[in-house]
Ligand binder design. Structure first.
Ligand code: G16
Length: 549
């Protein structure tokens, strides 16, 4: 038996969700009532007027980072006290973000609460996060996150069941008061979905044929169990193919961000004369991916374009794709593929939630972002292992090395040289001043020449959702140059310390003789221009970025 308790509380003023949910330091979440306030605000903002949560199912799980366990216990007790009929939880409280999306959809849940700070570090002094996904399996819309925030500013009480710890260590059913708790294998439903989309037979032949070598870096994070199960046990990749496959609460003290800087062992194994044929990594919660060939790095923007161009090679996309979408700062490589396929291409603000309506309406099949995210209409989150399996399917069918496939693609469409420069933990005031100053100057930039470059237009990106007409303003400052090159500035919405300025720079090169340059060299003039236009050093005191991808 459990007793429902009503606890009086006071609002915190800072529970405004960012690009993807509420992300803060663990110590912020550990304040008395902090997590509870936000969870109750989610329930209050989403509670159906008719009958409340009676008869409704909530999916819960997270990436296993520090505080995952404690937070899940609280959330489950609060779900019971808020009258949910059923909670579905991953065993040990684990669910990758794409698996959570898959499970919400498959079991027709009301929605889900996902615990993760994605690629941010974990541990008592690091980051934690929480977000709500709706019945379509996708992140809450801007409208809903605004309603949750508004509720968090006026909350006065929350409800929680007074009960013992719920055992999440074993698959099976439990009862908490009137609520059923179903603990499920976190991998099985997701693995079954992957098997429907990709040609497992051909991938198995590739991986067991003897000459092809795969290395997948799970970064001590959530994809470890998924990768061991799917890549090694089901598809036959030899043991050892999965690196850092054990999820750890602090990710082994590492940064679970799948980019070249944070995957040294994977870089070593995919470099040199004895390089593995294919390398990949996923992040803290399993929704991001990085793709590598032997001695070759595939940019996320190129990866999206390549998957779009080769989609019909995978059984799940055999009949073609309806359309594609990319976030605004993602390179225009996929636009070229869409044009040649004669399908629409949408440009959305940064944030996976903006793809949701397009996917639900069937306007797009594939979508992706420069921030190592790729996905499709199979779930409503970006999906790291899905991208890896898609690439393996493609490699199995085409039988060519990764580098050759990408180079051939560039020959056909031209190469979109691309780089992102991040200035991290900048003082928030300084970052705001930089953005506001540049915003004020945008109108005067059109027509100005800088060396070989001329600015065609400059604007502050705004988006009107083609499905529901909702509008999102101030989504990034765009400098569009004659010939298609672009420089974009925006402030990250996922950091937990100060502000992170992101500068995205791209230029298109059609001449195959010029396709083998280092992007930092190919884009040197534009990079220099990006500094001068925004006076980055003047505002931030930084002469060079902290991270270059
Ligand atoms: C989240 C969002 C992505 C976004 C990324 C970076 O990813 O889901 O859509 O591209 O953050 O956002 P920002 O540039 O604002 O930091 P994740 O993997 O962190 O959940």
């Amino acid at each position: 038996m459990s007793v429902r308790k009503t606890i009086a509380t006071h609002p915190f003023g800072d529970q405004k969700p960012g690009t993807s949910g509420l992300r803060k330091k663990v110590r912020v979440f550990q304040q008395a009532n902090y997590l509870e306030n936000f969870v109750q605000s989610i329930f209050d903002a989403t509670r159906p007027g008719n009958g409340g949560f009676a008869g409704k199912t909530l999916v819960v799980g997270g990436d296993g980072r520090f505080y995952n366990d404690e937070a899940l216990q609280t959330i489950i007790k609060m779900a019971a006290a808020n009258d949910f009929e059923r909670v579905i939880a991953g065993r040990d409280g684990l669910l990758s973000t794409p698996a959570a999306s898959c499970i919400i959809r498959k079991y027709r849940a009301f929605g889900g609460i996902i615990l993760s700070a994605s690629h941010n570090p974990g541990g008592p002094d690091a980051d934690f996060g929480i977000k709500f996904n709706g019945a379509n399996g996708g992140p809450a819309s801007e409208e809903l996150t605004a309603a949750i925030f508004a509720q968090s500013r006026r909350i006065e009480q929350y409800y929680i069941a007074d009960s013992a710890r719920v055992d999440l260590g074993r698959v099976g059913d439990r009862q908490l008061g009137g609520m059923q708790i179903e603990v499920i294998d976190p991998v099985a439903d997701y693995a079954a979905l992957m098997e429907q989309l990709f040609d497992f037979e051909r991938i198995r032949e590739l991986l067991t044929g003897g000459s092809f070598r795969l290395q997948f870096d799970a970064m001590n994070a959530i994809t470890g169990p998924y990768a061991h199960d799917i890549l090694e046990q089901t598809l036959g990749a030899p043991p050892g193919s999965v690196l850092r496959g054990q999820p750890l609460p602090d990710f082994g003290g590492e940064h679970p961000d799948p980019n070249p800087a944070h995957t040294p062992e994977l870089q070593r194994l995919t470099s040199g004369r004895d390089a593995a044929d294919f390398g990949a990594a996923s992040d803290g919660d399993g929704d991001r991916n990085m793709i590598l060939g032997a001695n070759f790095y595939v940019t996320p923007s190129d990866s999206l374009a390549l998957l779009a161009a080769n989609a019909t090679l995978a059984p799940g996309y055999r009949d073609g794709i309806a359309g594609v979408a990319r976030s605004m700062p993602t390179s225009q490589a996929v636009d070229r593929v869409a044009k040649s396929l004669g399908i629409p291409c949408f440009e959305t603000p940064t944030g996976w939630k903006f793809f949701g309506n397009l996917l639900d309406a069937g306007k797009i099949t594939l979508c992706g972002e420069e921030s190592f995210g790729t996905g499709s209409d199979h779930v409503r989150e970006k999906d790291g292992l899905w991208a890896v399996l898609f690439w393996l399917n493609l490699l199995a069918v085409r039988g060519e090395p990764v580098a050759d496939i990408v180079r051939r693609h560039w020959q056909q469409y031209g190469r979109d040289y691309y780089t992102r420069h991040d200035y991290e933990a900048v003082a928030s005031d300084a970052a705001q001043s930089l953005v506001e100053t540049l915003r004020g100057q945008l109108g005067a930039l059109a027509g100005q020449r800088f060396g070989n470059h001329e600015i065609e237009t400059a604007d502050d990106f705004g988006y009107t959702d083609p499905v529901d007409g909702s509008q999102s303003r101030q989504q990034g400052l765009r400098i569009l140059l004659r010939g298609g090159a672009r420089i974009i500035y925006r402030l990250s919405g996922t950091g937990t310390e100060g502000a992170t300025l992101r500068v995205y720079i791209e230029g298109h090169e059609t001449d195959p003789a010029r396709h083998n340059q280092d992007p930092q060299n190919a884009l040197a003039e534009l990079i220099d221009l990006s500094h001068r236009l925004a006076r980055i050093e003047h505002f931030t005191g930084r002469g060079s970025p902290d991270v270059v991808t």
